[in-house]
Every structure is written in C-alpha cells, then in structure tokens.
Design a protein around this ligand. Structure first.
Ligand code: GP9
Length: 397
C-alpha cells in the first residue's frame, strides 16, 4: 500500500543522483531510441579479416557517450525486458515476460514523464508480439506503428519480418508526422537468431569462425550497422538530425552459450568465468549532434539507461521510482544485478554459485560477495513488489 511506496521512495532517493556538467544538455530535444536486436558489445571495434564489423557504430561512438561496460539484464522477456528496463527503470520479472503478464499496471513510463512529448513506437513485426500494443498503452505511448502500417512483402522481409533498411526508410515519413518534441522508439529486427540474410543484402561474409551461426551473426550485425548509417544519412537529409538525442542500445545476447566456442575463436581468450560474464555486455551509445561525449568504462546495466537519458533531458531523476543510476555520475557505485540474483561490481562478481574477484579472476570466499548479494536480493524483491502490487498506481504523476 501507500506506506510501501514511501519505503520505495526512500530507497530511490538513496541512489546517487548528483548533478553533473551534462545535466539538461539535451533539454527539449527530440529523443530517438534505437533497440539494436541481439547486438553484443564484442562486435564494437572488432576487426575480422581486416574488415570492421560495425564501421558506423565504431565511428559514431567517437562523437557520443559510449558506455563500454554495460551488462544486459534481461530475463525470459528478452527484447521486451530490455524495453521495459529502459522505459521504467524496474527489473523484469523472474518468470515470463512482464509485457505479457502485467500490461494493466500503471507505470511511470518514459512517455509519461516526458509529458510535453509525442511518443511513438516503430517496429516491423506484428503488434501482438510480446503483447506490445497492450503494454505500450500502459507505458503511455501515443501510437505504435507495427507491421500493418508498413509496406511489407516477401521481397523486403527476412526472418521475423521487414528488413531493417526498409523499416528505417519507411519510418521517415511517419516520423515527419510527429509533433515536436517527440520520443520515437525504433525496434530493429533483422539481426535475430538464426541470423538470415538474402544474398542481395550480403556484403560481409566470413568463415572466420568454425561455427556458422557466429559467422552469420557477424553478417547480420554488419547489415544492421549499415542500415543505421543510412537512417542517420536520411535523417540529416530531411533535417531531422539536429536537435535530437539518439539513444542506441543492444537488447540482449545473440550468441548463446551453445555457440560460445565459435565466439571464443574470434575474440579469445579461452572461456573463464569473467570472460563468460563479459559476453553479457551490450553496447550503449548516446549521441547528441555537436557534442563530443566520452567513453565511460565503469560497470553499468541496462536499467541505468533511463536515469541517464532523463538526466541529459534535464529531468530530476530522484522524483521517479527506479533502480537505475545516472551513468554520467562518476561517483555512482557501479553494480549490476541480474535477474537470477547474480551480480557484478567494479571489484567482485557472483556467478554460478561462486564469488570472484574481478582484477585477477580468482575465486573468493562466499562472504566476500555477501553484502552485494543481499543488495541484489533486496532490489529484485522491491522491484517485484512494485510490479506485482501495481504500486505505481498510487503515484501517478
Ligand atoms: C520480435 C523482436 C524479437 O518482434 O523484438 O524479440 P526477441 O525474440 O529478441 O525477444
């Protein structure tokens, strides 16, 4: 009830929300969010047989805030869990997808916080996938452009649906319809397991790995990177690039542990608990035209994206319940909680029932991880209470 809400508020205020020189840097700007389907961080700056896998991302990160040490925290809801964290700053559920199980809740979603913004979502798959159309209403989105709003044919589709390049191209006229300022969220699709591409879209083929899935993954990541490049070019042509803050994030792994050996052939070294953990990293970039940005290497999670974006937009994050921290605050603690209760911090991590030190990778006594494990448990428990009890209905802003 309302008392519990107060408890949660106290918790939220304890999170570090210090001012930084970047507070309000993007105030009033349009927000373009792009979910990068299955993009893991290892592809960034990766060179395969003399060719960059993601030349566009590698270049744009030089003029962006690039968060190089962000761990994905999704659970069974995969892509939808990533969206959920970005929009609400809450953890996904431990079983099932929160998008499917809790579409009737009140959430202080990003679209609700950004009251003066028109907020639309763009995605080339069916609107019922992950129960998106229902959940977007709960999150406060004004409109959802899904498969039925695009021109989709056999030729311009692959795997789950509309090819990314077409998806972005056709979205241009839809963005033009939006009132300024807007929040436009794009969810890409082509780089999805089992990573299929038509011959005409192939311009990065490799046998660098003995695992075909890994090779195909590199091709579809490269295709996504190229689609992003054309999207940015088109936005510039249409004068929709300036005055916009771009938020790009990888949603979850593409190469599951099953294909890990094929991955290690490319990125080495042979699998250790830490390197296996590091495979959970996804790229997060925030690009504001004309701003240099910088690279932030401190440990972070997807749950922190929302607080960081709100900070740049000049919104005081401590007013909103969230488990995220502003990633631009150098004094933040830097700890990532995973849905199964594992965690990683700057100094230690807990995974597969073992506590480890980060610097040397050696195993530690259980107690060395106990304080953080308790914190992880508390955060997950509080987040579950908020969702399962629909607490935010008491706090509608
Ligand atoms: C489907 C797409 C993929 O529309 O977002 O979802 P995933 O399988 O990656 O969770």
């Amino acid at each position: 009830g309302p008392d519990d809400v107060e408890l949660m508020e106290t918790y939220v205020q304890e999170q570090s929300n210090e001012a930084t020189e970047w507070f309000g840097e993007a105030e009033g700007m349009n927000v373009v969010m792009i979910a990068l389907e299955s993009v893991q961080n290892f592809v960034i700056d990766l060179d395969v047989e003399g060719e960059e896998v993601t030349p566009f991302l590698n270049r744009i990160k030089q003029e962006s805030f690039y968060f190089s040490n962000v761990y994905e925290q999704t659970a069974q809801g995969k892509s939808s869990d990533a969206e959920f964290m970005v929009d609400t700053g809450l953890y996904p559920l431990d079983g099932g997808a929160v998008f499917v199980r809790r579409p009737e809740n009140t959430y202080n979603g990003l679209p609700e916080i950004l009251k003066s913004y028109q907020s639309n979502v763009f995605h080339g798959n069916d609107e019922t996938f992950w129960n998106r159309s229902k959940m977007y209403e709960a999150l406060g989105y004004d409109h959802f452009y899904s498969e039925k709003d695009y021109y989709v044919t056999e030729e311009n589709s692959v795997n789950y649906g509309l090819k990314d390049h077409q998806f972005f191209e056709q979205s241009i006229s839809m963005i033009k319809e939006m009132e300024i300022p807007y929040l436009a969220k794009f969810i890409t699709l082509t780089n999805h397991f089992p990573f299929l591409l038509d011959d005409e879209d192939q311009d990065f083929q490799t046998n660098a790995s003995s695992e075909p899935i890994v090779n195909r993954y590199l091709s579809t990541v490269h295709y996504l990177d190229k689609s992003l490049e054309s999207f940015f070019e088109r936005l510039k042509e249409e004068e929709m690039y300036e005055n916009t803050i771009f938020v790009l994030y990888g949603d979850h792994y593409g190469i599951s542990s099953e294909y890990e050996n094929g991955l290690n052939e490319l990125i080495g070294p042979s699998a250790t608990p830490l390197s296996r953990m590091e495979n959970k990293r996804v790229p997060v970039l925030i690009h504001i035209p004309g701003l240099k940005g910088n690279t932030v290497d401190k440990v972070a999670g997807q749950i922190d994206i929302r607080a960081t974006v709100l900070h740049l937009l000049g919104e005081k994050t401590e007013e909103y319940m969230s488990f995220g921290e502003n990633l631009l605050n150098e004094n933040r603690k830097g700890m990532v909680v995973f849905r199964n209760g594992d965690y990683i911090s700057e100094s230690t991590m807990y995974t597969n029932g073992q506590c480890y030190e980060i610097d040397h990778g050696n195993q530690l006594e259980e107690e060395e991880c106990e304080a953080e494990r308790n914190q992880a448990r508390d955060e997950l428990h509080l987040s579950d209470l908020v969702i399962k009890g629909d607490w935010l209905r008491f706090k509608k802003k």
